[in-house]
Ligand binder design. Structure first.
Ligand code: MN
Length: 447
């Protein structure tokens, strides 16, 4: 269930390549990773100046994510919806592989970790797969969330927190004049990565994301105590940076290329200071290349589970949902449903807008097509949309802050497209089939 188990399985199935040639952490590693985008996972074994290898792409395709969780691709959304509904809390264990090596201050994170510098206008390398563990001082419940961390000198990084759960915990501690203990987890399996990628607006702060990871794994995540912080972290992590968010401290941070492909905000941000490091023997550094398929999948897959639960509650005929990676993993959703009434499709689209703020274009299709198949999407748009009746817009809605098209008031226009066939004339939309097609195995004909 660890990242190592995933790598071993991908290696055996020929879905992993190894780059043995020396690469520079500045741009070269990212450029090779970008060329491999959507292809196999990759391990860079020789990053100039470092003995630690860098791995990317273990969750680089939807089929691979599904296989990593032991399900078929079309079952992913249901597995995720179930994990949110039936979380399995983590359990404490005495020891684990992540405790093999332990380092204390003085720490130099930039010399210790081969953090790639991905994009041209970024001022420094960013840790893009850092999952931050923090504890709510009131409830005692841990929170797990991705935050980008900009390398600075020594043990410090910048932190860009949006106003969600971690920021709420930080604010509570600041109000009491206290730093916030934080552990940065790097190098995890698919279940923990997806759980960390869920959003505060969809998951209550009282729900520990490690319990969602347990639900995804089908068994509890085993946790060990940190050495210098009152926190628990996964026993099978590759690397854990322990430390604290400093109260009241702000330093320049950013810009970093974000999921939209553009450079997000820069300005004064909070600061993390590491106090200790735990890591496995021969630890691997896990990286995610922003604005690449793996990034967009990690963003979109948790949305699919949330979207499915929310829309299904109103529209029982909902069959499947898909957030397209090409839509930056956030903006474009496809709903496949069996209509009882013609209005069901538009109602489902309205539910989707209500479920997730970031979604701005929703297409409803029939279940004789597959939500995840882009050709099917184009077919539905091409043959089942009467523009004046089936396309509707909601101007002035709130969208994602990083959407470059948002207007000066920070709002966007949401677009719904009903690409389902009208019930009264459904026979005109029958897709011709060839009898026996499903039973044909080409091996029987081409040998
Ligand atoms: Mn949370």
């Amino acid at each position: 269930m660890s990242l190592r188990d995933t790598i071993a399985r991908l290696d055996k199935q020929g879905e992993l390549v190894r780059v043995r040639r020396e690469v520079d952490r500045t741009f070269e590693l990212a450029a090779v990773a970008k060329k491999l985008d959507g292809g196999p996972a990759v391990i860079f074994e020789n990053v100039r100046g470092f003995s630690m290898p860098v791995v990317l792409g273990t969750d680089g395709t939807k089929d691979r994510v599904a296989a990593n969780l032991g399900v078929k691709s079309h079952e992913l959304v249901h597995r995720f919806a179930r994990a949110i509904g039936e979380p399995i809390p983590p359990v404490r264990v005495a020891d684990g592989p992540v405790r093999a090596r332990r380092l204390r201050a003085p720490l130099d994170l930039g010399a210790l970790l081969p953090v790639p510098h991905h994009y041209e206008k970024e001022p420094a390398p960013f840790i893009t797969t850092g999952m931050l563990v923090a504890r709510d001082p009131d409830s005692g419940v841990q929170n797990l969330s991705y935050q980008r961390l900009q390398l600075k000198t020594g043990a410090r990084t910048g932190v860009y927190m949006l106003h969600r759960h971690l920021h709420q915990i930080y604010d509570k501690n600041c109000a009491r004049g206290r730093p916030t203990d934080v552990a940065v987890v790097i190098g995890m399996d698919t279940a923990v990565r997806l759980a960390a990628a869920t959003w505060g607006s969809n998951i209550p702060i009282e729900l520990d994301e490690f319990a969602i990871a347990g639900g995804l794994r089908g068994r509890p995540v085993e946790m060990v105590r940190c050495e210098t912080a009152d926190l628990e972290v996964p026993a099978d992590a590759e690397i854990v940076l322990e430390g604290r968010l400093l109260p009241g401290v702000r330093e320049p941070e950013g810009p970093m290329a974000e999921f939209t492909g553009g450079y997000g905000s820069d300005g004064p941000k909070q600061v993390f200071e590491a106090t200790a490091v735990m890591m496995r023997e021969d630890a691997l550094y896990q990286d995610i290349l922003p604005f690449a398929n793996e990034h967009h999948l990690m963003l979109g897959l948790p949305y699919e589970g949330v979207l499915y639960r929310f829309v299904k509650a109103s529209i029982p005929g909902l069959h499947d949902v898909h957030i397209t990676p090409g839509g930056c993993g956030k903006f474009l959703a496809v709903l496949a449903l069996d209509k009882r009434d013609d209005g069901d499709a538009k109602n489902a689209i309205l539910c989707a807008f209500g479920a997730i703020r970031d979604i701005k274009l929703v297409v409803a299709i029939d279940t004789d097509l597959s939500a995840a198949n882009e050709r099917h999407l184009q077919f539905a748009l091409a043959t089942r949309v009467q523009g004046d009746r089936d396309i509707f817009m909601i101007p002035g809605a709130k969208g994602n802050e990083l959407d470059p098209i948002q207007d000066v008031y920070g709002s966007i226009t949401k677009i719904g497209i009903d690409a389902t066939k009208p019930l009264a004339r459904a026979d005109r939309f029958e897709i011709a089939r060839i009898p026996g097609l499903e039973g044909i195995d080409l091996k029987d004909y081409l040998s």
